[in-house]
Design a protein around this ligand. Structure first.
Ligand code: CP
Length: 352
């Protein structure tokens, strides 16, 4: 009996020590290699053909939504269930206690508990913690630290998954699967990320992610935005430049609509807020009102090389893209949303 208990104690200690070393978060695709990401996409293809497999049996995922969602919430919850796992959805501040993230604070505000306890408690119940936490649109120097998800990653002892913060890696996987289903090999394809109008400034996450994944998968990436005020954070533009250099492709920035669309094979659209006017809503709204013509329409798509169009959704019709574009054969937005479920199931299987 004694040798067995000794053996069990050694194994438990070894696991406790090893777990943080082998644990893999899915917070940014930049910490995953292209071949690892391709493996996730490939397995998603097989899960799409054979969706019900007990791969997450006895596994549970706590999903914390600090912001609304239709696709992410539904596709994760159903996907986990299809793999025989359990998903728990929590909305801190609504059906769960509001959480504090700052350290060394007298917590006399609205938060009832600190992320240190929340992350540890959820880690004791669940095998994975997934987070949706958009930026607060006050100060980009704070929001760019992505402190909510990084705090969970710091204090949790189980893998942490990004369901959209200042990047949206799950959307990236679905985007690549959808484009590969259409084109096969994406190497050398001409990829356009275009800013579109929206009545209010939105998160840059999908735009950041678009640059990361298109460049990582070997495409020539062009960023079209109305002016320098709408350039993305250097972290993402530099990463795209580096990825393109590795792949032997090009990264360019333009403010000219016609030349940007000309010859494009993939058009991906997203609206985002100006980082130059971050936290100054009045100035931002005043700036963007002159850029309604950045809408994706049939005339612009006609300039492309028979391009496919996609968007992460949700999308305001006839504001971001016309009915004609959204209803065209070349619009892959709904297929991309559908593929979210398959790639997320594949990714969870990989990290759990
Ligand atoms: N694209 C996406 O993440 O959609 P939801 O915001 O509806 O989850």
């Amino acid at each position: 009996m004694l040798p067995f208990l000794l053996y069990a104690a050694i194994i438990c200690s070894f696991n406790a020590l090893l777990k943080p070393l082998i644990m893999r978060n899915f917070i940014s695709t930049q910490t995953w290699s292209k071949s690892e990401l391709q493996d996730i996409v490939n397995f998603a293809v097989s899960l799409k053909e054979n969706p019900h497999q007990p791969l997450l049996q006895n596994k549970s995922v706590a999903m914390l939504f600090f912001n609304p969602s239709l696709r992410t919430k539904t596709s994760f919850e159903i996907g986990i269930s299809e793999l025989s796992g359990t998903a728990v959805i929590l909305q801190p501040g609504k059906d769960a206690w509001p959480i504090e993230f700052k350290d060394n604070l007298v917590m006399d505000g609205t938060a009832e508990e600190h992320v240190k306890e929340v992350a540890q408690v959820l880690s004791s119940y669940c095998d994975c913690i997934a987070i949706r936490a958009f930026p607060e649109f006050q100060d980009w120097s704070i929001d760019r630290t992505d402190h909510v998800i990084n705090s969970f990653a710091k204090y949790s002892t189980v893998p942490v998954v990004n369901m959209e913060t200042i990047e949206h890696p799950c959307q990236e996987l679905a985007h690549i699967l959808t484009l590969q289903e259409h084109y096969g090999n994406l190497q050398g394809k001409d990829y356009l990320l275009t800013w579109t109008y929206h009545p209010k400034p939105l998160n840059t996450a999908v735009a950041n992610s678009s640059l990361l994944i298109a460049s990582k998968f070997g495409m020539n990436v062009k960023l079209l935005c109305p002016s320098e005020d709408y350039l993305l954070d250097d972290r993402y533009m530099d990463a795209a430049r580096e990825n393109c250099a590795t792949e032997g492709t090009t990264f360019s920035i333009t403010h000219d609509i016609d030349s940007a669309y000309s010859g494009a094979e993939i058009v991906y659209a997203k609206s985002w807020g100006s980082l130059a006017h971050y936290g100054n809503l009045e100035a931002e709204l005043n700036l963007r009102k002159d850029f309604k013509h950045f809408i994706v329409d049939e005339q612009k798509m006609a300039l492309t090389n028979n391009a496919v169009f996609s968007h992460c959704l949700p999308l305001r019709r006839n504001i971001k893209a016309t009915d004609g574009v959204m209803d065209a054969e070349y619009c892959l937005a709904v297929k991309e949303a559908g593929n979210r479920k398959h790639v997320q199931k594949s990714m969870l299987t990989k990290i759990l």
